[in-house]
Design a protein around this ligand. Structure first.
Ligand SMILES: *[C@@H]1O[C@H](CO)[C@@H](O)[C@H](O)[C@H]1NC(C)=O
Ligand SMILES: *[C@@H]1O[C@H](CO)[C@@H](O)[C@H](O)[C@H]1NC(C)=O
Ligand SMILES: *[C@@H]1O[C@H](CO)[C@@H](O)[C@H](O)[C@H]1NC(C)=O
Ligand SMILES: *[C@@H]1O[C@H](CO)[C@@H](O)[C@H](O)[C@H]1NC(C)=O
Ligand SMILES: *[C@@H]1O[C@H](CO)[C@@H](O)[C@H](O)[C@H]1NC(C)=O
Length: 298
């Protein structure tokens, strides 16, 4: 029993040593992003080692790593180009068949690729536009803090795009602009770093400024007043005409003589006409009964 336990412990120890043993080389040290470079330091006693570099875009454990083919050598840094925005790197040392563990970097942010552009959004309200300007990520703020401002520019596009461009320099991420309703405006924003343009200009975004509720209401009110006036005038004219041609109208409105076809008269005379069909003594039904009686007598 004791024997087996010893053997097992020995096996586990061997296994651990084996796992450790697969990395005979020390990994690169201090892997980090500095400006637009990924850089690292030589491992201790790491003479004449090569470094290989990989990257991935996602951060799930099963996301695939890809070789950075342009970097496989003794160099201790790698220039990050814009296509690596958002990616994560890892680097390891290699010497013959020996390889070290991988050492990972932080995620590449816009400062590292010089691609910081403010992300602009417009919310249109009557006579107003709310512009929000967000950072792509927090790297620019971290790096340059309060020396970063936004240059928000906008122009009216209704007169063939010849109107003058107005700009607002601000370090607030929210801006409310009062603009003429019923007009179309375009907007764009760019960073200023120490009051100089920095990075690319954002995409242009255009919007049409709606009217205020009061303006719409007063227009509706005007419409209602005009229609009421028109209807009243027409009624007035009608009533006037009625009065003027009073007699003629009365003649016209006289009831037509009822001409009942012979076979109906036949039917009524046969005596099968159900008198009970004359219902409740409301004035109207009484009238119709009267008519029927007249017909029977004739
Ligand atoms: C990366 O390079 C290594 C060594 O050259 C190779 O074994 C591996 O398959 C490559 N990986 C990819 C994803 O291409
Ligand atoms: C880098 O080059 C070495 C030899 O030059 C090779 O053994 C190794 O597989 C290469 N690694 C990658 C990732 O291409
Ligand atoms: C802000 O942007 C506008 C439009 O692109 C430009 O004309 C103006 O010079 C910029 N302002 C500064 C301070 O760079
Ligand atoms: C950034 O500006 C460069 C030229 O200055 C241009 O080639 C590139 O397309 C721009 N990128 C974006 C996203 O606008
Ligand atoms: C800017 O426009 C380009 C091309 O239309 C598009 O690919 C890109 O995603 C846009 N950028 C932003 C921040 O909306």
């Amino acid at each position: 029993m004791k024997m087996i336990r010893h053997v097992c412990a020995g096996a586990v120890l061997m296994l651990l040593i084996n796992i450790e043993g697969t990395f005979c080389l020390n990994p690169p040290q201090d892997v980090k992003l500095v400006g637009s470079y990924l850089q690292w330091k030589k491992p201790p006693d790491g003479d004449s080692v090569l470094y290989s570099l990989q990257y991935r875009r996602g951060f799930k454990s099963d996301d695939e790593w890809y070789n950075v083919t342009s970097h496989n050598g003794t160099e201790l840094r790698f220039k990050i180009t814009p296509e690596f925005y958002g990616a994560e790197f890892r680097v390891r040392a290699e010497k013959g068949n020996d390889v070290s563990e991988w050492k990972g970097s932080e995620k590449v942010q816009c400062v590292n690729t010089n691609s910081c552009v403010p992300v602009m959004k417009l919310f249109v309200k009557p006579e107003k536009v709310y512009v929000t300007m967000a950072h792509m990520d927090d790297s620019l703020e971290k790096e340059h803090g309060e020396h970063i401002e936004f240059n928000l520019s906008f122009w009216n596009v209704d007169n063939g795009g010849y109107s003058k461009v107005e700009s607002i320099i601000t370090n607030s991420q929210k801006q409310i602009l009062e603009l003429e309703s019923g007009q179309n405006y375009c907007f764009q924003v760019q960073y200023l770093f120490y009051e100089k343009p920095y990075g690319n200009v954002s995409n242009q975004s255009c919007a049409s400024i709606p009217e205020t509720l009061e303006m719409m209401k007063s227009r509706d009110l005007l419409f209602i007043i005009l229609t009421t006036l028109l209807v009243t005038a027409m009624c007035g004219v009608c009533i006037f005409l009625l009065f003027k041609h009073h007699k003629k109208v009365k003649q016209l409105l006289q009831p037509f003589r009822l001409e009942i076809p012979d076979h109906y008269l036949e039917f009524f005379r046969s005596g099968e006409f159900p008198l009970q069909a004359c219902p409740s003594p409301s004035s109207q039904s009484l009238q119709s009964c009267d008519i029927i009686i007249v017909i029977e007598n004739s």
